[in-house]
Design a protein around this ligand. Structure first.
Ligand code: HSE
Length: 420
């Protein structure tokens, strides 16, 4: 028999305990051993959890219990779980975590501490989708060319409603919070940080890149308006918050941002709270993984897959590479990113203004692909919407600064990247 201790019996922890009980026979048949939860730890013992396991409020009762073989960390946060996971590993216990923030900051340190002790994290990225297993094992024959994913259900839910139903940003964020999709602090979702944690985890497995959120380009969906949505529809695009990892020469671009993508692409059709990740391998070609990225049972399904793998004795390097043999690819500076761009700006509606704008873009080597002008409620002001041909991020940022200094430009300039 294998005994489990759960740190954090919230929605996911309760689902883990309940599924291990309800599906005990099939899980035992697959793992080869009976798996039982010995105890769980919660902060507030007076809250009803809907589980039949013994609960305490002291994590050390799990860490110090010699009968517990596997510690499941579902607490959230970064430093407290880091300390507890370290202690569990130092005691020789295997660990399963769903904690993307913990891994975004401490995955390489934890790999070092774990050594040969299993530390698994399938539920950390895209919830119930087995993307970690797919990358670590399923695609291990391949050089990974790219990963593109909808990795935040809250943003996808909001964008879907904004695009399909014309919903306003604030109202739809409130709805996503009420439905329980959003993080405790929803700026983690809408600001792109949650997706960046997941992207960094995937980039480690795909490329062996040791980067932190601060090292990569992260933008959210906060500035998207119905003007952008209407433009995207007219020009055949969907808007998605994507996590993108792309091999370019000897470097890797890592970025999270709202992206216009062709309506006919598979990932553009992923709506609502669902997640999806496409991975292109040099031998397998394009593969796609779709499913629920959040929710108690879906996330618990991934947690239990890790427990089963550990009980079976399936091991391997935590982050997919034997230490010292990583791909050698380096994180590219965000300035080096090359892509197409969409720009939205408000300008004085006077003769010569358009020429002024296009010549400023031209000064930075930026060539316009398409353009639309729309009136505003102020007849002296027009909205200009552009898409550009491919250019460097640094050129685009410099051009936006220069445009912002022109007398004819009114207010903020909005920009979105386009991936085809
Ligand atoms: N807030 C996250 C999301 C939950 O919306 O996808 C899963 O990480």
């Amino acid at each position: 028999m294998v005994k489990i201790g759960i740190l954090g019996v919230g929605t996911v922890g309760a689902s883990v305990a309940n599924i291990l009980e309800a599906n005990a026979a099939i899980i035992e048949a697959r793992a080869g051993k009976q798996i039982v939860v010995k105890r769980g730890v919660v902060k507030n013992l007076s809250k009803e959890r809907g589980v039949s396991i013994t609960l305490s409020d002291d994590p050390m009762e799990v860490i110090n219990d010699p009968e517990i073989d596997i510690v499941v960390e579902l607490m959230g946060g970064v430093e407290e779980p880091y300390t507890l996971v370290k202690r569990a590993l130092q005691k020789g216990k295997a660990v399963v975590t769903a904690n993307k923030a913990l891994l975004a900051y401490h995955r390489y340190a934890l790999q070092e501490i774990a050594g040969d002790i299993p530390l698994m994290y399938e539920a950390s990225t895209a919830g119930g989708i087995p993307i970690i297993g797919a990358l670590r094992t399923g695609l291990s024959a391949n050089h990974i060319e790219s990963i593109q994913g909808i990795m935040n259900g809250t943003c996808n839910y909001m964008l879907t409603k904004m695009i399909n139903e014309g919903a306003q940003y604030d109202a739809i964020l409130k709805e996503a919070q009420e439905l329980g999709y959003a993080e405790a602090d929803p700026t983690f979702d809408v600001g792109g940080f949650d997706a960046s944690h997941k992207l960094l985890i995937l980039a480690s497995i795909a490329y062996g890149i040791d980067a932190k959120p601060e090292d990569i380009l992260i933008e959210g969906i906060e500035n998207i308006t119905q003007t952008d949505v209407a433009f995207a529809k007219e020009f055949g695009y969907e808007i998605k918050l994507l996590g993108i990892a792309k091999k370019v020469g000897e470097g890797v671009e890592l970025r999270v941002h709202a992206t216009m993508i062709p309506q006919e692409s598979m990932i553009a059709k992923v709506d609502g709270v669902m997640n999806a990740v496409t991975v292109v391998g040099d031998r397998v070609g394009e593969t796609m993984y779709y499913g629920p990225g959040a929710g108690g049972d879906a996330t618990a399904s991934a947690v239990i897959s890790d427990i089963v793998d550990i009980v079976r004795g399936n091991q391997g390097p935590m982050l997919g590479y034997k230490k010292g043999l990583e791909s050698g690819l380096k994180l590219l500076s965000r300035d080096e990113i090359v892509t197409q761009y969409y720009l939205r700006l408000e300008v004085a509606d006077e003769s010569g203004v358009l020429a002024n704008i296009t010549s400023t873009l031209g000064e930075f080597g930026i060539s316009i692909e398409s353009m639309l002008q729309k009136p505003t409620s102020d007849e002296a002001v027009a909205k200009l919407l552009f898409t550009t041909h491919r250019c460097k991020e640094s050129e685009m940022q410099e051009a936006i600064t220069a445009l912002g200094k022109l007398d004819v430009v009114r207010g903020e300039i909005a920009m979105m990247r386009i991936e085809k």
